[in-house]
Design a protein around this ligand. Structure first.
Ligand code: GRF
Length: 204
């Protein structure tokens, strides 16, 4: 059984989608070992409690990043987490934290990276006038929205979209993409060559 650790700060819809896909058997031999929020008021942490999951608040308010990260790392290690999924975790992780879990942290971003990293990616894309957008699940490295890409899902931007409709349509794709990425990573049949995640030669 593989253990997931979820980090979130807010709404938690990506976390809920992962939990539902787990319950539906779409991510086999895997469970959510712990959900951590850096904000006590995050709706996502309430959703985790309602599901009977281990839900921990490690408040980041007014705290040094490295000290906060080391407390989170201790919780994740206590729960023997195999893979950490950032699901709307709105705080930069320290390089130290990233180094504790090499190739074991995923993030989801609501654009086709490397386009529109950072905050409000959907609004950035809409304002730019792109014709295609989507979402990216990638390994976390020490730079923001940067590590090797695991899964991308693209959608056309429609003339009938506004930035809110586009964001909602991208979110639907996020809810599919994250579980796809978790399955690929936990299956382990890949190597990272440069920035590229490729299937291992023996498995092709
Ligand atoms: C999502 O759009 C995700 O791509 C971004 O933050 C948002 C989190 O939404 N990183 P939710 O909390 O999972 O609903």
């Amino acid at each position: 059984m593989k253990n997931l650790g979820i980090l979130l700060s807010g709404r938690g819809s990506n976390f809920v989608a992962i939990a539902e896909n787990l319950a539906a058997g779409k991510i086999p031999n895997t469970r959510i070992a712990v959900v951590i929020s850096n904000r006590s008021t995050a709706p996502g942490i309430e959703a985790a409690k309602k599901r009977g999951l281990t839900a921990v608040v490690v408040s980041s308010k007014g705290r040094d990043r490295r000290e906060h990260d080391s407390e989170m790392a201790a919780v994740l290690k206590d729960h023997e987490v195999d893979l950490i999924c950032l699901a709307g975790y709105m705080r930069l992780l320290s390089p130290w934290f990233v180094q504790q879990f090499p190739r074991r942290i995923l993030n989801i971003h609501p654009s086709l990276l490397p386009a529109f990293p950072g905050l409000e990616a959907q609004q950035q894309a809409f304002a730019y006038g792109v014709k295609v957008s989507g979402c990216t699940v990638h390994f976390v490295d020490e730079e923001l929205d940067h590590g090797p890409i695991v899964v991308q899902r693209a959608i056309p931007v429609l003339d009938t979209d506004n930035e809110h409709i586009l964001a909602a349509r991208i979110l639907e794709q996020e809810h599919i993409a994250y579980s796809e990425a978790i399955n690929l990573v936990l299956e382990g049949k890949f190597e990272i060559i440069g920035r590229k995640m490729v299937r291992k030669i023996s498995d092709r």
